[in-house]
Design a protein around this ligand. Structure first.
Ligand code: ACM
Ligand code: ZN
Length: 757
């Protein structure tokens, strides 16, 4: 009791004199009890830095460079008894552990292991920035260390090329948040970006593509006519690796094989199965052209890996392994012979054979491979680590087989997904991964036992750049979600929770501003909660931060009329229309403008059944979603839609009472690049008793195509017929045609709302 009282009293005093707790991200593991703090050092009083060991020279240099990038006066390096940060090597602490303590004579001691002192300095940078705004801010007493050893960020430089200087800035952003791994995706179908001396055509040819597809214009294809080229010389790479090392970041290079290889094969088609001429792809997606499995190709890849391993000192070399179409292998005499010779029963085993060969080679050089979870298919190579991206399943299987795992499941770790109001976010590949979701991530699956859990090294986020062409946009996608992931990985089970984090993040934005990071402000976006109440839609507006206000505009009112939202009070929609809402602090708009369509109709909240359930992949919210007042968005957000494939559903809406029906709006999606097709046929039938149906109309593929509009809507007249039940029998498109994305697979039908009026 006494202790708590002492603490609170001290906190009250601190509050009274205007002092607040520091807001470091990731939050330090522990702050020593305040009563143990015998000395008080003010952040603003620190003028000097010194060290007990010459090995800290690099850390001090990097710290000074950060100070200068942030526009702060240099902290002089000087042996000084007062007003100093003193760095101490402490062999009793683990590599990444540090302690920060206030000592007599206005000295702050940071003692730590090999990396820990640097992390102490990174905390100090955030304190110094905060000290600029909070006069009299005291240095806290910290004991800090990470929960996970792999705290990573990935960057795809193949789809778009980013200059060396930006790669360094990206590494800075990692280091400032105590992330320690930069996964550099250097090669893919659309560009090869690393100089290989033995094979100069890899960059002469493979680093250049004619143009890029415009947005999502796959079919018909529209290109922008703007060439994309660029690569990193070996000198650039050496410089970047050293730069990262100085920031305690390991660089893990990724050289994709056996798929995602078209840029390499454009330069050296002799290592493909078909030996055909090709060019780096100008649109997004995988290519059927993969490496052949003959000896010459293995020699080629080993030569490349030799140069890669000479450049990158990391233990792990990422060899890709994801998304390997087997089409070429199936018809290649050489690959079929490889399968016979090695008694491989199918092409999955051939893929596994391929990876095992590379695994043995890399292992013979004293390194380890890591690959995407497809490397599990056909059997895992003996020394391989697995990067689990298609959910956590692959990681769980690998850990149970005693292989090391890095988690990077799409739902939490794909930072190419949308993060805020989709009407206002820049075009993205799809998905919705807001920062709250990132923060909720727990990298260690509960299904693993204690022994298996040890194989989870940590996690990383991936920034694929198909739709990200500029460095500012990379920063926007990466930050602040990176801040959340950094805390997930630093603290593991002891993270203090979303409310605590978001409040610190609010302060941390000033630090990011000072570091000139172009972060996304999507966290400020207004969100809505909808309820269907007696055929009407009630919307409650919410914002993550509550210091400001929400202004909103109802449909059908004077465009200039903005109303102040009263927290918690629902807005009632009796008719369809668009709501606009914006979060403000003072006169400053923060976040994006929300624009949301609300559909009010007779089927709202009514019972819906289907002969075939939606696929488990696209069934979030289940069938009630088809009458929840929300039309789905394109570009597709999977959570907006229900999806069927391979089977034809008949969906019935029970309106509860019979009434005259005018119209049915079917919200469906045509996004053939993502395998989503319009239905081939729709038959609409009506009934008053749910037994006897009268077929009102059958729409052909052509009629559906003609009636389908820009708002993903297809209107069918119900001819003022009295009915209680409305039934739609849908025929899905057949298997996808040759040469289209997903060729040979079942097409999908997507629905988001069935609006009956
Ligand atoms: C991946 O996203 N294809 C690893
Ligand atoms: Zn082949």
């Amino acid at each position: 009791m006494k202790k708590i009282f002492v603490l609170s009293a001290l906190q009250l005093v601190l509050m009274a004199v205007g002092l607040q707790a520091q807001t470091i991200i990731p939050n330090p593991q522990s702050q020593s009890d305040m009563e143990n703090k015998t000395e008080d050092v003010k952040v603003s009083d620190l003028q000097f830095i010194s060290a007990n060991d010459p090995s800290f020279a690099s850390d001090i240099k990097v710290f000074s460079e950060f100070m200068s990038k942030m526009g702060y006066p240099a902290i002089a390096q000087k042996e000084s008894a007062t007003h100093a940060i003193h760095l101490i090597k402490d062999a009793s602490l683990r590599d990444e552990e540090y302690r920060m303590q206030c000592k007599a004579n206005q000295v702050v001691e940071i003692r730590g292991g090999k990396d820990g002192v640097f992390y102490g300095l990174m905390s100090m940078l955030q304190l110094i920035e905060e000290g600029q705004r909070q006069v009299g801010l005291s240095v806290p007493q910290l004991h800090d260390f990470p929960a996970y050893s792999w705290r990573g960020m990935h960057l795809d430089v193949s789809r778009h090329f980013f200059p060396k200087e930006f790669v360094m800035k990206y590494i800075d952003i990692l280091a400032l948040h105590k992330m320690n791994t930069f996964h550099w995706h250097l090669t893919d179908v659309q560009g090869w970006r690393i100089e290989i001396k033995k094979y100069p055509k890899l960059t002469e040819i493979g680093s250049k593509r004619k143009e890029s597809i415009v947005e999502k214009n796959f079919d018909p294809y529209i290109g922008d006519g703007v060439p994309v080229e660029g690569f990193y010389t070996q000198d650039d790479i050496k410089e970047i690796v050293l730069y990262a090392q100085a920031r305690h970041v390991q660089v893990v290079p990724e050289i994709e094989m056996p798929g995602h290889a078209q840029a390499a094969l454009s330069a050296y088609p002799e290592y493909s199965c078909a030996k055909n001429m090709m060019e780096p792809l100008t649109k997004w997606g995988v290519s059927n052209d993969v490496y052949c499995t003959d000896d010459a190709t293995f020699r080629f890849l080993e030569d490349i890996l030799d140069e890669v391993m000479a450049l990158f000192p990391s233990n792990y070399i990422h060899i890709g392994g994801d998304e390997v179409p087997k089409d070429r292998w199936k018809v290649c005499p050489v690959c079929q012979q490889t399968m016979k010779t090695h008694h491989l029963k199918d092409e999955n085993e051939l893929q596994s054979y391929f990876i095992k060969h590379i695994d043995a080679y890399v292992t013979s050089k004293g390194r380890n491979i890591i690959g995407w979870d497809e490397i599990l298919e056909g059997g895992l190579a003996p020394n391989a680590a697995v990067m689990s991206w298609r959910g956590e399943e692959g990681g769980i299987i690998a850990a149970k087989q005693q292989h090391k795992v890095v988690m990077t499941p799409g739902d939490y770790c794909y930072f190419d997904h949308y993060q805020g109001n989709k009407n206002a976010e820049p075009l993205a590949i799809g998905g919705f991964t807001p920062i709250q979701q990132v923060y909720s991530y727990q990298p260690t699956p509960a299904v693993l036992n204690a022994e298996e859990k040890k194989y989870i090294l940590g996690a990383q986020a991936n920034v694929w750049t198909e739709y990200i062409a500029t460095t500012d946009h990379v920063e926007y996608m990466a930050v602040p979600r990176l801040c959340a992931l950094a805390e997930v990985l630093w603290l593991g089970d002891s993270k203090p929770g979303w409310i605590d984090f978001k409040n610190r993040l609010r302060v941390h934005f000033s630090f990011l501003d000072q570091c000139k990071v172009h972060y996304a402000n999507s966290i400020f976006d207004v969100t809505t909660v909808r309820n269907i109440v007696e055929g009407k839609v009630e919307l409650t507006l919410e914002s993550v931060y509550e210091n400001g206000q929400i202004q909103y505009q109802m449909p059908d009112v004077d465009q200039a009329q903005l109303l102040l939202y009263k927290k918690g009070r629902p807005l009632v929609f009796k008719r369809s229309g668009k709501l606009r809402a914006q979060y403000y602090e003072g006169t400053k708009e923060l976040g994006h403008l929300l624009e949301e369509e609300i559909l009010v109709h007779k089927a709202l909240g009514k019972n819906i059944s289907s002969t075939i359930e939606p696929s488990s992949y696209y069934n979030e919210g289940g069938l009630p979603k088809l009458a929840d007042s929300k039309a789905g968005h394109a570009p597709r957000l999977s959570s907006d839609w229900l999806g069927w494939s391979g089977k034809n559903p008949a969906i019935t809406i029970d309106l509860g009472d019979a009434s005259k029906l005018n119209n049915l709006d079917i919200y469906t999606l045509k996004e053939e690049s993502n395998w989503i097709y319009l239905p081939q046929q729709i038959t609409v039938s009506l009934s008053t008793d749910g037994i006897n149906y009268i077929a009102l109309k059958t729409l052909s593929a052509k009629e559906i195509e003609d009636a389908y509009g820009v708002d993903n809507k297809l209107s069918v007249s119900l001819a003022n017929t009295k009915a209680r039940y409305v039934k739609l029998a849908l025929t899905c498109a057949p298997k996808i045609e040759k040469d289209k994305p997903g060729a040979g697979e079942d097409a999908w039908v997507f629905l988001s709302e069935l609006a009956v009026n």
